[in-house]
Design a protein around this ligand. Structure first.
Ligand code: LLP
Length: 422
């Protein structure tokens, strides 16, 4: 399901004409499809239905309150990595007993905040963290639910900056130590071992690393149960792939087919933490061409979205499709990587860094000042990673629902830039 379609030569989000949104709200502008968010969440829920999973949407992918509310209304659970994300989940009206809390550096305050809100479990990433959770829980007269985040040493075959399950990554605890760690939890009256957690990286387009992870996870559970631990949960984290280009990612059904047999055999509860695959293709970043210049034998399309808005190309060399919102006659109404007559262009932003680009040497139609461009697959790790670098105001966000739409975050003003400063 693709909510972004050209109709009569003009890009639409569901039934809303995209240029009309740019007219009303200006650019850069983030435009999301409600139907797509729901479609992708349900796809996971349905694919894994035989094991009745708990699908914790990974809030870090896109934490806008309205998006959390949409997913909450679908019965989604949530994965958070900070007190701030937990605050957002609460503000969205969600039930915090369905929240998993990950992250290598949880502070005492964050632990207390999570315990006050009766979260489902902490994904614990180190022994000192176990000690801290136990101490805070004791102070509060509570028993903290924990899952041990284990590092399975699996290569997710993804970008070096987003691989997390290899030995030597900062996440989790070495899988060989599960026994000793579990004994430590068992001996502690303020900790309750709910299960284990593995997250191998993101995005992981193939199923095989998940099969390996599931196999290792249920083996650990089996060993822990043999020792008398009541270990029920296997949380396989997030990282399901996204079709940034064409059909490079596996489908929810593929992942389910690979993972479920292990879970069923071990009779475990399964938790998942998908973010990107739910929000990614539900959003675009809309920008307007400011100038086109030809220098150094190259064509530069300078438009008003920059690395402060979408940092992924600068940070990971990520590929995002970019295409005019109203392609001129003769050009297709969708992105094509090889088109006759399409000379390459660098599509860049106004930020003062050479690394500020959305695409490099990309075959691109002729565009002129004022044209609107859409950068696709921008719904996940877009706004959440944006900044005010170069004192640029962050753009507005719009949520489309059929033929209606609403402003879900207003554009920042110059006053916002200095509001917290003195
Ligand atoms: N669970 C844990 C423990 C994670 O660390 C992550 C992502 C997720 C779930 C969600 O992964 P997802 O399903 O969204 O792929 N900024 C990078 C991605 C960093 C992901 C960090 N952890 C990017 O723009 O590609």
């Amino acid at each position: 399901m693709n909510p972004f379609q050209y109709k009569n030569g003009v890009l639409h989000c569901e039934d809303v004409n995209v240029p009309s949104l740019a007219e009303e709200f200006g650019t850069p502008l983030w435009v999301y499809s409600r139907a797509k968010l729901i479609h992708e969440f349900r796809a996971i829920q349905e694919a894994f239905a035989p094991v009745n999973p708990v699908v914790c949407y990974s809030v870090k992918a896109n934490s806008n309150l309205s998006i959390l509310k949409v997913l909450n209304s679908e019965g989604c659970s949530f994965d958070v990595v900070s007190g701030g994300e937990l605050f957002r989940v609460k503000a969205a009206g969600a039930d915090t007993t369905r929240v998993a809390f990950a992250g290598v550096g949880k502070t005492d305050e964050e632990i207390r905040f999570a315990l006050e809100n009766d979260i489902l479990m902490f994904n614990v990433e180190s022994e000192p963290e176990l000690d801290a959770i136990s101490r805070v829980a004791a102070e509060m007269g509570r028993v903290a639910p924990v899952a041990l985040r284990l590092n399975p040493d699996i290569d997710g075959k993804t970008h070096a900056k987003t691989t997390t399950g290899r030995k030597g990554n900062k996440f989790g605890m070495d899988i060989e130590r599960h026994d000793q760690l579990a004994d430590k939890v068992l001996a502690d009256p303020h900790l309750n071992l709910r299960g284990i957690h593995l997250h191998i990286g993101s995005p992981i387009n193939t199923v095989e690393p998940y099969e390996q992870a599931a196999q290792k996870a249920v083996e650990v559970v089996r060993q822990l149960r043999a020792k008398g631990h009541e270990t029920n949960w296997v949380n396989l984290g997030g990282g399901f792939g996204l079709n940034y280009r064409a059909n490079e990612a596996s489908s929810a059904a593929d992942y389910a087919k690979g993972i479920m047999p292990y879970i069923q055999k071990a009779e475990c509860r399964l938790a998942l933490e998908p973010g990107r695959c739910i929000a990614g293709n539900a959003g675009i970043l809309l920008s307007r061409v400011i100038y086109v210049k030809h220098e150094g034998g190259k064509r530069f399309v300078i438009q008003d979205a920059a690395m402060n808005d979408l940092v992924r190309p600068a940070m990971y060399d990520s590929f995002h499709k970019i295409w005019p919102v109203e392609p001129s006659v003769g050009f297709p109404e969708s992105f094509e990587s090889e088109i006759e007559g399409c000379s390459p262009a660098d599509i860049v932003g106004p930020v003062c860094e050479s690394g500020d680009y959305l695409a490099k040497a990309r075959p691109f139609p002729e565009v002129v000042k004022g044209d609107l461009l859409a950068t696709f697959s921008a719904g996940a790790y877009g706004t959440v990673m944006s900044s005010n670098y170069n004192s640029r105001c962050r753009g507005a966000e719009i949520l489309v629902d059929g033929d209606s739409y609403s402003l879900i975050r207003r554009r920042e003003t110059y006053e916002d830039l200095v509001a917290a400063e003195r």
